[in-house]
Design a protein around this ligand. Structure first.
Ligand code: G1P
Length: 297
């Protein structure tokens, strides 16, 4: 019998320099996507896939993150005394989602380093990693499919998305071969942010991983790579070649809706798309957008 995977690691220690000055005193994970901070979507996704023991790897400005998932008594009391149940529910929602733990990254030495800070908390069991810049539409399935594959193959699993070859330099890129399942590939190579000319494919790693705990040992000996940072991609490259010891690495190919909130233009698109889909905002926003387009040269 296999035990259920319960732990998720959410790195949230980036400097957020692309969104300055908004992120001067606030982590970028707190930027609202419509009316919820990006990080709450990620936590909700983890919880929906059955992961309820979450560890956030945080940097400076961690207080806003911790406060968001904590209770705010004065707000709760005020709303309760006014009988405003709807707003009270919104305040309480993030508090009741999951057990959330925090650890500081210390030196910002890259994503691989951030993940390695989870070693003590995770221990010797498979775990998920969710990056806050990638939002996966709650109506589409990804993480639970990855968890299923992890258990079946006893391997490490990454999420892959086919991107325009002109965009592959923004991602980890995978060299793949088919398996007997149409949405799963075996990963034979990985390169962090390659130039288009040398990319092994247009399969981009998007920010969801389900990893075997051996990754911690591999990360310990992973030398700084692209950008002088310890790259998770480089550790996974080593694990991809070591099928006997660590079970290899497989990719679940995602064909659903994904929003990138790490880039300014894509962030704006994400807000507009998600708002346009909402019952309370969609009709008015779509009408305004149609009119706006006709007015814009
Ligand atoms: C990180 C990873 C990269 C991955 C990307 C997904 O890069 O290093 O391999 O493709 O996340 O969003 P970052 O975007 O944090 O630079």
């Amino acid at each position: 019998m296999t035990s259920r995977i319960t732990k998720a690691v959410i790195p949230a220690a980036g400097l957020g320099t692309r969104f300055l000055p908004a992120t001067k005193a606030m982590p970028k994970e707190m930027l609202p996507v419509v009316d919820k901070p990006a990080i709450q979507y990620v936590v909700e996704e983890a919880v929906a896939a059955g992961l309820d023991d979450l560890l956030m790897i945080v940097g400076r400005n961690k207080n806003a993150l911790a406060n968001h998932f904590d209770r705010v008594m004065e707000l709760e009391v005020t709303l309760a005394s006014k009988g405003d149940e709807a707003k009270l529910a919104k305040v309480e929602e993030p508090t009741n989602l999951a057990d959330i733990h925090f650890v500081r990254q210390g030196d910002p030495k890259g994503l691989g380093h951030a993940v390695s800070r989870a070693r003590k908390h995770v221990g010797n069991e498979p775990f998920a990693v969710l990056l806050g810049d990638d939002l996966i539409d709650a109506r589409d399935v990804l993480l639970s499919r990855m968890l299923e594959e992890q258990v079946q193959r006893n391997a490490s699993i990454v999420a892959l998305l086919e991107v325009d070859p002109n965009q592959i330099h923004l991602y980890g890129a995978a060299e793949v071969e088919p398996t007997d399942e149409p949405d799963v590939v075996r990963i034979t190579g990985l390169v962090e942010k390659p130039a288009k000319e040398v990319a092994p494919s247009n399969y981009a790693v998007i920010g969801r991983y389900v990893l075997r705990p051996e990754v911690f040992e591999v990360l310990e000996r992973t030398e700084p790579g692209k950008g002088g940072e310890i790259q998770l991609t480089d550790a996974l490259m080593e694990m991809a070649g070591d099928v006997e010891g660590t079970g290899g690495v497989y990719g679940v190919v995602f064909r659903g809706r994904r929003y990138d909130t790490g880039d300014k233009l894509d962030y704006i698109k994400a807000v507009v798309q998600l708002a346009a889909d909402r019952d309370d905002l969609g009709v008015d926003l779509r009408a305004w957008l149609a009119d706006f387009v006709t007015r814009t040269p």
